[in-house]
Design a binder for this molecule. Sequence first.
Ligand code: SDX
Length: 427
Amino acid sequence: MKKNTFSLIDNRTGKNYEYPILDATRGPSVLDMRTFFKDSDMFTYDPGFTSTASCTSEITFIDGAKGELRYRGIPIEELALNHSYLETCYLLMTGELPDKDTLRDFDLEIRHRAFLHEGLRHLFAVFPDNAHPMATLSAAVTALSTFFDDHETCQDEAGYQEMARRIISKIPTIAAFAYRHSLGIPFIQPDIDLGFTENFLTMMRAYPGGKMHLCANGHETIKEVEIRALDTIFTLHADHEQNASTTVVRGVASTGAHPYVAISSGISALWGRAHGGANESVIAQLEMIGSVENVETFIQRAKDPNDDFRLMGFGHRVYKNFDPRAKILKNLQDELREELHLDNELMSIARKIEEIALSDDYFISRKLYPNIDFYTGIILTALQIPKTMFTPIFVIGRTVGWITQWIEFKKESSSKIARPRQLYKGN
Ligand code: SDX
């Protein structure tokens, strides 16, 4: 029986190096290369970490070839269709779906913790009206840490869970306050009679003092179908293995900094248009394309190596098949088209892009498929949520993933400070 190892030979010297193969419970095995530099005086080289596992994790599993995503082993389709975002948060944080009583208590706790300290409210006033909510969100989460001191003392699981629940419950309030500040209208406090998602939509839309919600499309209350659509979007964004912003969160955790600044760093990393900022760019791109007739021109630009135009919402480092989250959102779009008066012009342009790109060899050969960001924007637009709030919506969904990954890092005894090396090519 061959040993579970991998041999490398340096053909310059004939020297043989042997490294253990660590097997996963699901998905690719890894080569344990931790002693490679000590053994060989060389580094491995992998900018962008295309072939590098940075950690061991039990939280989320992705099979890029199959287009499969599981949170704690449960397929995303099962969670998105049969469970609420709060149930998914509890599952990610504890590894188990909550029973009815546990969910009731968890829901009640999150509702009561949604309020912000009056002092924190003044932070919003320093930002100009046109400040992007992502800037306010990142600053406010760091500022949140100055109103609590348990991150200085707590070093155990119970303390970590306490901070996790606090941050998860307050992020929607911060996001809603940032939005209302940008409109110059008074903030709406959280309402403990409302669930997580309805409460957020109310804080975004309600008139001061009342429960009336008058939106552009004229309906006066928040409809159940809107709550369900946004709750599904939060669930689909909850976690995604070691993506760029989660890698930043783990990097900040590795220096010993507390979770508030780790989450704030994750928010900043997510903002980039190659990552979470893509959802805002997708709608801006569809609006720029303007009509189905113009799609072909932009497809040609996306294929032109000399043009830095990229099709936002297409391609993914891991998914070389349809992003399963995109499939769920595409079905949701079709289901909600009538009820939510989805923008048919934007949808027609998106469908045309999809139709051409999925039959064009440039995209097929590079396995470029629509990702989650390609579909989110049209539904959020129908929910009367402005483009600048799309990535903050991603933040609200992803915060549970970031904080769960932060806790897993802190509990991992072999975790070390993130400190990669380089190929030096200077003088
Ligand atoms: C998210 O990692 C995660 O899990 C992220 C995320 C999560 O939940 O956390 O899933 C959320 O960030 C989704 C991705 C959102 N970003 C976009 O939609 C922006 C557009 N997509 C690209 O920027 C790109 O596809 C990335 C950043 C998503 C992936 O980049 P990779 O894996 O580094 O791929 P690459 O840049 O090396 O591209 C491979 C080839 C290149 O062509 P060649 O050099 O081989 O000729 O594909 C081309 C690229 O030019 N390509 C595209 C393209 N994406 C890749 N060409 C046109 N349009 C695109 N969108």
